[in-house]
Design a binder for this molecule. Structure first.
Ligand code: ZN
Length: 300
């Protein structure tokens, strides 16, 4: 029974990793419908904000699966469009994130979400804590705002890995425009890939069905890989993706303890309580008078 339940959960949020072209090309394909839907609900995201945040969440989840288990990855998409800054944190297949303005709805002339205007111009920054002396940090310009193209550019420019990225989502036709499907893929060419294989891959990528169509038709992650490689791949692993927040009242208490005692006394006397909302999951924590007194005592 438990196994059956975990299978249902996997279907909404999971990633498949595969090799193709004589193991010189790595492919990661992810279905993130549950993660994007969850974030749409907790932040009450309007469709354009939802597409931008959802795609970046999917990218973060995929990228976190390309590193060793406990390496933490932070992504910042700092555009000057109405959506504002997008912040993502991902570790080992778990991803959380938020954008500055959840209420953006912009439809372009083509009837699609206008992410180009919504995200605007600016920079993508990726910070990876690989437990070395200094965290790795790379950045590149936002070239389209569509997120997928921007990350393709990022990998090629900043990490010198020739890559192809696809990120997309499908909304329900109803008024609420609930997320019906979301997902993405990352194709990375490793050193040693033969010229002819690279040409074959490029040709395939240019001819394959668009990701948005695949998601609309309910493709699985493996079916996406099958489409990209024309069936010529070796499956390596399948793993679950999650979107859990690690916030807690205790963590925020520690934050409050970094304030000066006089500031804490001021909050106690003026507001009699403190309300703190977690940026990453929108959960609100209340610190009552008694909680605040306890913190002030702890400062002594
Ligand atoms: Zn949280």
């Amino acid at each position: 029974m438990l196994k059956y339940l975990s299978v249902i959960k996997m279907k909404d949020n999971y990633l498949v990793k595969a090799y193709c072209m004589h193991e010189t090309v790595r492919i990661y394909a992810a279905i993130t419908t549950g993660i994007v839907k969850h974030n749409q609900k907790i932040f009450n995201l309007y469709p354009t904000s939802c597409a931008a945040l959802g795609r970046t969440l999917t990218m973060g989840a995929i990228m976190s699966c390309t590193y060793k288990n406990d390496d933490t990855l932070n992504i910042y998409v700092k555009g000057d469009g109405p959506i504002g800054k997008i912040t993502i944190e991902a570790t080992n297949g778990n991803v959380r994130g938020y954008c500055e303005n959840p209420g953006v709805l912009l439809i372009g002339k083509d009837g699609k979400q206008d992410l180009s205007f919504g995200v605007g111009n600016g920079e993508i920054t990726v910070v990876k804590d690989l437990h070395l002396r200094q965290p790795f940090s790379g950045s590149s310009e936002i070239i389209s705002g569509e997120i997928a193209k921007d990350f393709t550019y990022y990998f090629t420019k900043s990490e010198q890995i020739p890559s192809a990225v696809g990120l997309s989502e499908v909304f329900d036709d109803d008024e609420a425009a609930t997320i019906k499907a979301a997902g993405g893929f990352l194709v990375q060419v490793m050193p040693g890939c033969k010229e002819e294989d690279l040409l074959k891959l490029e040709d395939r990528l240019s001819k394959m069905k668009p990701l948005s169509e695949m998601l609309k038709e309910g493709y699985t992650a493996l079916e996406i890989i099958n489409e990209i490689t024309d069936g010529d791949y070796i499956e390596l692993e399948e793993r679950e993706l999650t979107s859990n927040c690690k916030c807690s009242k205790e963590r925020f208490s520690r934050g409050l303890l970094t304030l000066k005692k006089s500031d804490l006394l001021e909050i106690l006397e003026q507001d009699h309580k403190a309300l703190i909302t977690c940026n990453f999951c929108n959960k609100q924590y209340t610190f009552t008078e008694d909680d605040l007194k306890e913190l002030i005592d702890a400062k002594n």
